[in-house]
Design a protein around this ligand. Sequence first.
Ligand SMILES: Cc1cc2nc3c(=O)[nH]c(=O)nc-3n(C[C@H](O)[C@H](O)[C@H](O)COP(=O)(O)OP(=O)(O)OC[C@H]3O[C@@H](n4cnc5c(N)ncnc54)[C@H](O)[C@@H]3O)c2cc1C
Length: 396
Amino acid sequence: MSDQHRPQAPDPQDFLAVDSTLSAEEADIRDTVRAFADRELRPHVAEWFEAGTLPDPRGLARAFGGLGVLGMHLQGYGCAGAGAVSYGLACRELEAVDSGLRSFVSVQGSLAMFAIHRFGSEEQKAAWLPRMAAGEAIGCFGLTEPDSGSDPGSMRTRARRDGSDWVLDGTKMWITNGSVADVAVVWAATDEGVRGFLVPTDTPGFTANTIHRKLSLRASITSELVLEGVRLPGDALLPGSSGLGSPLSCLNEARFGIVWGAAGAARACYSAALDYAATREQFGGPIAGFQLTQRKLADMVLDVNQAGLTALQIGRLKEAGACHRNHISLGKFGNVAAAQRVARAARSLHGANGITLEYPVMRHMVNLETVATYEGTEEIHALSIGQAVTGIPAFR
Ligand SMILES: Cc1cc2nc3c(=O)[nH]c(=O)nc-3n(C[C@H](O)[C@H](O)[C@H](O)COP(=O)(O)OP(=O)(O)OC[C@H]3O[C@@H](n4cnc5c(N)ncnc54)[C@H](O)[C@@H]3O)c2cc1C
């Protein structure tokens, strides 16, 4: 066999050459987001994580807007109209820096903007989407409540009609970007079932309280939203929303970003471990030379590549209009678990250094605890997959 026809040895950073199937445009988006992340985010993220906040969320929103990733998979209204795989690649590159930064983009684009795009009136879309795409306005998405998490059908937040107005009362919990948002997409029970409302955050009766002392997703702002007699005009209702299926369809969009993002976090941990193993010496040689280290690295390569392939396949199904919500459940369930395994192994491989913010591994490891919990816990996705394959619901 001539050298020309001999297969190339695998690239340790992309062992199965998953990215070789990307189109030129997709590869370009990947490179642009990666370069932005390396320049604007990676140098600061440990500091933000340690501080337990994002020091300049408005500046960050404008930077993400300039990059074109806010609502990038939506059509019109200043959004880029990119394909599902391109959007996934952006999520992957952002979460390779930090899950909190990918969450910022997911909540803005896939939860708040998607809800307005899918269920909003023309006036609502024109009023909010172009500003949100540019990062001039920040949105949040309020579904979870103190007593209603995995079972959002048990929500207590109520919206009642009063003449032509709506009046909202209730509490939302764990809401990403709640205290920095300009508009909250709030889901509330009405006499006609669950509906979505656009609540400008300066409306009297609306308060957002930042949640402190988090040990995970620290480079992200998480809030409680309190609604006390929040009076809204009739046109604050998202007219296309009807029933719990509406917020759940938004969550499905955001989970798609998690499928890719988790693959990014896994890759970042594996990459850090590979570098560390090559340079850290014990017993007279690099720890990469020990069989037990190589087993850890082999397991990581497998998880990283399988997660990458899963994300790509789900992205291609989505582009073909053939992606069912159970496909996304499988991707979220599998890829987050894979990323958790990789992060834990990478942390152990870093020894004592692995518990510091000098290295990214434990930051990713604790972030992934949130990623495994939000947008449907791992148990809820296991139940969805179980129902899909047996036909028997086991949620109750
Ligand atoms: C940092 C962060 C950011 C978030 N951002 C947002 C946001 O922007 N907007 C928003 O609306 N929400 C947000 N969430 C909330 C998140 O979606 C919820 O935490 C999640 O849905 C789980 O709800 P819960 O925490 O109430 O847990 P619970 O539902 O109380 O679950 C507790 C445990 O019970 C298990 N469990 C529940 N039901 C079953 C069952 N039928 N069978 C077996 N086990 C079960 C769960 O899997 C879990 O292990 C965020 C959460 C975090 C941590």
